[in-house]
Design a protein. Structure first.
Length: 286
């Protein structure tokens, strides 16, 4: 994290590496999972419903209280699907990886179809063609989620011992997560440093609100997770967001791309919380 902030000038241009690190983390998670245990459960249904409720609830409140730029920043963050990297955090924290991975896949597919509908409603002047928008989003999701599944399924079928051996190196997820974390922090720092004086007010507001939203989603996720007896998986599934997809959607579909600051700041907060959770879990289990 500190490396990302201090060395932002060098690391900010390496955002193209982040999808690769996320795909590797997901591949490592898949190798340790029995695909037969990936099932669509009541917990997954509940998580999808709560995500949709969060989208409209957070945007509705933000629309009443804040400017158009800020409220759309809240929307872009809320509509982000579960991050593929959350599978690595779920494993690190000893959560149910099958529930978490199933949710990540379902949530990303759901948002691929839902996001164009929502964004066309809040940004009516944008040039939307629904099917093309869905395909564009799915193209962003496919390399991170589906490609690792295909590779892992191929290995499990032809070389099952390889996947067992690879699963022993699941600790590498922490290394890849740290690399992506440093790059994401550097990109956020670069955006703030290069912002104009006129934009700073919205940036400060969005950064502050994103912290509140982040804490609320982790808190609500934990509360809901306890009710569903899947605290870690539900918390990470609902709170850890694929903010890179949110940033791309904001640049693509919104008239004021400054809204991406909300997702960028949220990424910073969620990773700070994840770092603290992993540290606390490791210290507890020493």
């Amino acid at each position: 994290m500190l490396i990302g902030i201090v060395g932002y000038k060098l690391l900010a241009g390496l955002m193209f590496i982040v999808p690769f690190t996320v795909a590797v983390m997901f591949f490592l998670a898949y190798c340790s999972v029995d695909f037969r245990r990936l099932k669509f459960t009541k917990t997954n249904i509940a998580m999808l419903i709560f995500h949709v409720v969060f989208i409209f609830a957070f945007y509705g409140v933000a629309k009443l209280l804040f400017s158009d730029t800020v409220s759309k920043g809240v929307l872009m963050c809320a509509i982000c699907p579960a991050a593929a990297s959350s599978s690595a955090i779920i494993i690190m924290l000893g959560g149910n990886k099958e529930v978490g991975i199933t949710h990540i896949i379902l949530d990303n597919v759901l948002i691929s179809f839902l996001a164009p509908l929502v964004l066309s409603a809040v940004e009516p002047q944008a040039d939307f063609f629904y099917i093309i928008s869905v395909i564009d989003i799915l193209k962003k999701v496919f390399p991170l989620l589906i490609l690792p599944i295909i590779v892992t399924a191929f290995l499990k079928r032809l070389k099952p011992k390889w996947t067992v051996k690879i699963a022993e190196y699941n600790w590498l997820s922490l290394l890849f997560w740290s690399v992506s974390l440093a790059i994401i922090f550097s990109r956020t720092t670069d955006m703030i440093v290069n912002a104009t004086a006129e934009d700073m007010n919205d940036i400060l507001i969005m950064s502050s609100i994103s912290l509140v939203v982040c804490i609320m989603q982790f808190g609500l996720g934990k509360h809901i997770g306890k009710k569903l007896h899947q605290s870690v998986a539900v918390t990470q599934g609902l709170a850890q967001k694929n903010t890179s997809l949110g940033v791309w959607m904001a640049h693509t579909y919104l008239s004021n791309p400054l809204s991406v600051i909300f997702s960028a700041a949220y990424s910073l907060w969620q990773n700070l919380i994840n770092s603290w959770q992993v540290y606390r879990h490791d210290k507890k289990n020493q």
